[in-house]
Write a protein that binds this ligand. Structure first.
Ligand code: 6PG
Length: 263
């Protein structure tokens, strides 16, 4: 086993590694297509929390192109967000703006089924309570009585944060609410974020991590020293979608069909 593979041996869940970001985006699209099929067959809908930053852009653009644009039953998608910056919805820094430009405006999802996190509100605590109530209304309850998403997409920061759960911030300790305010260590500093109880109640959690700059954060996460280390779905599947530079290994043969139990 290479040093890099040893580095990541502590990561919980399944690992899907592909050589390039585009090959990884295709594997991620297949995974989400299978998860949609499974959830839609069981409940007629697929609830997903989208992540922000730059890593998911290629995935969203891939989903908005053939074959996925035609094959995914977009009418079943119910879209939420894992976190959001304190930026207006038409601001380039907004995760909602990025998702709209790369995916939501390019596929036939009913706008009524897209739920932006209002992190540009002047009262972030009230905004967190509003989104919290939305999740309680829209989603079934999962482990810890938290709202249960069919899928939560997450990224990984170089300091090991995920969503807007940054090291040494109060958000890490929130155990009784589903959404809270976050504090980033780069602008936009103010955030809203799903909390660990919500992440860990999901049926499927997918980390999408690309680039050699993320290997150190992955190793630290495998060692249990980052906020991302605390993501362990209590009754769900955890998948790490990594490109070879991030993983420090060559591609493997694991695919979405190996990790999504179809009905
Ligand atoms: C955000 C994201 C954040 C992101 C990581 C990785 O609002 O920025 O939700 O958690 O996933 O910071 O960001 P990159 O994909 O840009 O490296």
């Amino acid at each position: 086993m290479s040093t890099a593979e040893t580095d990541l041996r502590g990561l919980a869940g399944r690992m899907i590694v592909r050589e390039t970001p585009q090959a990884l985006a295709e594997a991620a699209a297949e995974l989400l297509s299978l998860a949609t099929e499974s959830s839609a067959a069981a409940r007629g809908a697929f609830t997903i929390a989208l992540s922000g930053g730059t890593s998911p852009r290629l995935l969203y653009e891939t989903l908005a192109r053939p074959p996925w644009r035609e094959s995914i039953p977009w009418e079943t998608w119910r879209v939420y967000f894992s976190d959001e910056r304190a930026s207006p919805p038409d601001d380039a820094a907004s995760n909602y703006h990025m998702a709209r430009k790369t995916l939501l405006d390019r596929v036939p999802i009913d706008p009524e089924h897209v739920h932006r996190m209002p992190a540009d509100s002047p009262d972030l605590d009230a905004a967190a309570r509003t989104y919290d109530a939305l999740l309680e209304h829209d989603l079934p309850r999962g482990p810890g009585n938290a709202p249960r998403f069919d899928c939560v997409l997450l990224g990984l920061g170089e300091n090991g944060h995920t969503a807007s759960l940054f090291p040494s911030t109060p958000a890490l300790a929130v155990a009784d609410r589903w959404v809270t305010r976050g504090q980033a260590d780069y602008a936009p500093f103010d955030r809203l974020t799903l909390t660990f109880p919500t992440l860990n109640a999901a049926a499927l959690v997918v980390f999408l991590v690309t680039g050699a700059s993320k290997h150190t954060a992955l190793r630290a996460t495998a060692e249990g020293t980052t906020p991302a280390s605390r993501v362990h779905p209590a009754d769900g599947v955890l998948v790490w979608l990594l490109d070879s530079p991030a993983a420090g290994t060559t591609a493997n043969q694991v695919s979405g069909r190996d990790v999504i139990p179809l009905p």
